[in-house]
Design a protein. Structure first.
Length: 260
């Protein structure tokens, strides 16, 4: 399946690049959970649905724009963000992605992580994982130590004290960036190009981070909440992730178990 997913990532991102200059793709056509759905989001979602339906595997879908679509006799659930970083995409900022996480149905209410991709729309990289490990452009990768203390923080004004408490744990020499694509931001951390990512706004969803979480786990990097617990979410519907912290620094990870 991993090769099929990589091919779908290539085709979906190529399709999004072709759409980029077309009129009307930025039109807002709906709202969901405090976010907007633009025409390009729906185009990308339907394109991915079609690719998965013609892959030879039997899928049900949980997707950002359409929610849950369950079929009879499905073998896998695909958790899909058809365009992560859509504001960047519309604005011409080259930091957006297609994200697909696959879970295999074991029993009626039991699913196991199986494979996934995060494909850059305007870049050349496809990040993927399966039961054997994590890959960048089909090349297996290992955990890497960050070279700089780049912090990628997302918080609202009413969470500024919590954000300060988290950032203060990092110490001196930090560099702050906010880039606008949760899946790619997490992967920056898990490939050693950033030190810490966190989002405590209460608006992140499982579709945003399911595949990047799977990628990071294959490198031994967990996604935690503010109390140091593993981030979990539903696989049956679009689910809010109230908070998430990702770092490869085990000492910093452990510090959140005493966070209050």
């Amino acid at each position: 399946m991993i090769n099929t997913l990589r091919k779908i990532g290539e085709e979906a991102t190529k399709y999004l690049r072709e759409l980029h200059e077309k009129k009307g793709i930025d039109e807002i056509i709906g709202y969901h959970q405090g976010d907007t759905t633009r025409r390009v989001d729906k185009f990308s979602e339907q394109y991915i649905f079609d690719l998965l339906d013609h892959s030879g595997y039997k899928f049900s879908f949980v997707s950002e724009e359409s929610g849950s679509i369950f079929r009879e006799n499905y073998e896998y659930i695909a958790i899909i963000d058809p365009l992560d970083g859509s504001t960047n995409y519309i604005s011409g900022i080259p930091w957006s992605s297609v994200s697909i996480a696959i879970y295999k149905k074991i029993e009626e209410e039991k699913f196991l992580p199986y494979a996934g991709i995060v494909a850059e729309v305007f870049g050349n990289n496809i990040y993927s994982y399966d039961e054997n490990g994590a890959y960048i452009n089909s090349v297996k990768v290992d955990k890497r130590k960050p070279t700089d203390k780049i912090v990628l923080p997302y918080y609202n004004k009413d969470k500024i004290n919590e954000a300060y408490s988290i950032i203060s744990k990092v110490g001196n020499g930090i560099k702050i960036r906010t880039l606008g694509s949760a899946s790619l931001d997490m992967i920056l951390v898990c490939t050693g190009r950033a030190y810490l990512y966190f989002d405590i706004r209460g608006k992140l969803r499982n579709v945003d981070i399911a595949s990047s979480k799977g990628f990071c786990e294959k490198l031994g990097i967990r996604s935690l909440d503010l109390k140091g617990r593993e981030v979990t979410f539903s696989l049956k519907y679009v689910d809010v992730v109230p908070e998430i912290i990702v770092t490869s620094d085990s000492e910093l990870q452990n510090s959140f178990s005493s966070y209050s």
